[in-house]
Design a protein around this ligand. Structure first.
Ligand SMILES: C[S@@+](CC[C@H](N)C(=O)[O-])C[C@H]1O[C@@H](n2cnc3c(N)ncnc32)[C@H](O)[C@@H]1O
Length: 270
């Protein structure tokens, strides 16, 4: 289920409307080679000789294929940053239709370098489109704490506010999640780290999979890197398909999936 192939090739072999959720985290057109701290460790190129236009020319046919393979109730998340995100948004509007645009999710983190000549760049963006607005699967997520003044907790720990009509109970799982997500970036010593550059946190991908699919659905990541999306799908009892053009990425993804599978067998409760 993890293919070592150029994603365009895999996409062309995929049936129309067969995928329930696509998440992609393509290179961001940073103009560099992405490495981990280990200099001889896995790396991938993130530069296009012809600049931004060539980067967009690379993405366009792939996004068109993703549009073809996504189910009518499907959703696509495209992970970008400030380098090219605004241009990718225009491309996505053309391919998926501006009326199908669901969200611009801001993933805010605090780690990384310090900026002294501009404001520190501490967020990535995920552009989210429904294949057909109104038909998309969506399970609202709850997270964090209520900011409401005067909140009390009953003996069972359920939050409420006292009003003239009595107790007004709030959902104990926390407020509904908005489009700004505060999730720590993986630190260099995090146990989750697998040694692949640009590895994304499992918390981020689990949230996406939970929000936009049901158990048994098929989740695809066509730039899978270390396989974070696929591991999240496996843990949450979804099916998955992924690919990467980089041999180390495929090797690492398969290894992570194997360990995740073993952990699930030992402890089947999610
Ligand atoms: C930002 S990384 C993905 C990281 C991943 N989300 C993770 O958590 O590990 C982008 C990946 O896209 C892969 N890639 C670039 N061009 C590709 C192509 N044409 N087909 C498949 N994979 C490609 C790179 O090898 C790299 O592993």
């Amino acid at each position: 289920m993890v293919h070592h192939v150029d994603n365009l090739e895999l996409l062309k072999r995929t049936d129309a409307q067969s995928i329930d959720l696509i998440y992609i985290d393509p290179p961001f057109n940073t103009g560099s080679t992405r490495r981990t701290v280990k200099i001889d460790g896995p790396s991938y190129a993130d530069h296009w000789a012809g600049g931004l236009q060539h980067y967009l020319d690379f993405l366009q046919p792939r996004l068109e294929e993703m549009h073809r393979v996504l189910a009518a109730h499907g959703t696509i998340y495209v992970h970008v940053d400030w380098h090219a995100g605004h241009y990718v948004k225009v491309l996505l509007d053309q391919i998926f239709g501006i009326r199908n645009f669901m969200n611009e999710i801001i993933w805010h983190y605090r780690t990384g370098g310090v900026a002294r000549r501009w404001f520190g760049r501490k967020h990535d963006t995920m552009l989210v489109y429904a294949r057909q607005m109104g038909r998309q699967r969506f399970n609202p997520q709850r997270n964090g704490r209520y900011r409401t003044n005067g909140l009390n907790y009953d003996t069972e720990g359920r939050p409420y506010k006292t009003t003239r009509r009595g107790r007004l109970y709030f959902d104990a799982r926390g407020p509904l999640l908005t489009d700004v997500w505060e999730i720590p970036f993986l630190s260099t010593v995090a146990s989750e780290r697998c040694g692949y550059p640009s590895q994304k946190p499992l918390t981020l991908l689990r949230r996406i999979v939970e929000a936009s699919t049901q158990p048994g659905d098929l989740v695809a990541d066509y730039f899978c890197g270390s396989g974070t999306t696929l591991v999240a799908a496996l843990q949450l009892k979804r099916r998955y398909i992924g690919c990467d053009i980089n041999t180390s990425a495929v090797r690492i993804s398969r290894k992570r999936l194997e360990s995740a599978g073993t952990a699930i067998k030992k402890n089947p409760t999610p």
